[in-house]
Design a protein around this ligand. Structure first.
Ligand SMILES: O=C(O)CCC(=O)C(=O)O
Length: 279
């Protein structure tokens, strides 16, 4: 696979916080992923669905071994390599599926390492790799982002900390600003199998799904420069593993991407809210 214009994509990822690599998943992998995710989603209870009305399902990728194949999917690793990420590590991921006629996902960013000064520099500590399993548009719930918000303060940074996550997930108040439109917002419609790569600090959300079909995305979290991160951040990343349905063989397959912190240090304290250093 040849990534078109890798330097432009790298520049966009660093400056705007995201880029899209087209046509990464082959049809056969897409078909398998649709089948496995549909099975997992059909097995969800009404309570699970109600608890995540805004995001849609939050199913860990540790629930099925096919996702270990996705973590080390050669065309995705080639895409990372083309962007200059030669030794990425991987920590976790989720199947996030918006049912037909479901509300928007609220604005948020996913970075938890704001207590460390490197979080206020251009270094991408953690990247999302998002694979949408259907073509997306604003009508069926495509991704939206605030360009540059991984490095620059936006009014949403001051609105979100006081918003209650559980209440936003249940959409107790559909008029809450966290679901609304903001300056600098861009839609990211994609084709099924394209790969959206983004900085975990980027403010992002999704449109509601007004279509009659499920809109499923698989989000995987990578650390493109793991070896350059502070050791207490590495230690935190190293303990994120869960043991659910993966076998020893699955762990073996992702071994080269496993984040191992060699130093015996106290893990960095989890903090999802950026401080005043974000200007
Ligand atoms: O559902 C989406 O389109 C985005 C999912 C998301 O925000 C995430 O994985 O952090």
């Amino acid at each position: 696979m040849k990534v078109e214009k890798p330097k432009e994509k790298y520049d966009q990822l660093i400056a705007d916080g995201y880029c899209v690599v087209e046509n990464v998943l082959k049809e056969e992998m897409l078909t398998q992923l649709r089948s496995v995710t549909d099975e997992l989603l059909d097995a969800q209870t009404e309570d699970e669905r109600a608890a995540h009305r805004s995001s849609g399902s939050m199913i860990s990728v540790y629930t099925h071994s096919l996702f270990a194949d996705l973590v080390v999917y050669p065309r995705a690793l080639l895409a990372l390599e083309a962007l200059g990420f030669l030794r990425p590590k991987w920590s976790s991921g989720y199947v996030i599926s918006k049912p037909p006629q479901s509300p928007p996902l609220f604005w948020h960013q996913d970075w938890w390492g704001w207590n460390d000064p490197c979080s206020y520099t251009a270094l991408p500590q953690q990247l999302f790799l998002m694979y949408y399993l259907v073509d997306t548009t604003p009508y069926n719930g495509c991704l939206r982002v605030i360009k540059g918000s991984h490095l620059n303060r936006h009014q949403l940074h001051d609105i979100l900390p006081s918003a209650h996550g559980e209440s936003l997930q249940r959409v107790n108040d559909a008029n809450h600003p966290a679901y609304q439109h903001f300056s600098g917002e861009a839609d990211i419609p994609v084709k099924a199998g394209d790969l959206v790569i983004g900085d975990s600090r980027l403010l992002h959300a999704s449109h509601g799904n007004e279509s009659g079909e499920r809109r499923t995305v698989i989000t995987l979290w990578y650390h493109p420069f793991f070896a350059l991160l502070p050791t207490d951040m590495q230690a935190h990343i190293g303990r994120l593993r869960q043991s659910m349905a993966w076998s020893d063989a699955d762990w073996e397959r992702i071994a080269e991407l496993a984040p191992v912190c060699k130093n015996d240090v106290e893990p960095l304290k989890w903090n999802r809210n950026p401080g005043p250093e974000l200007k």
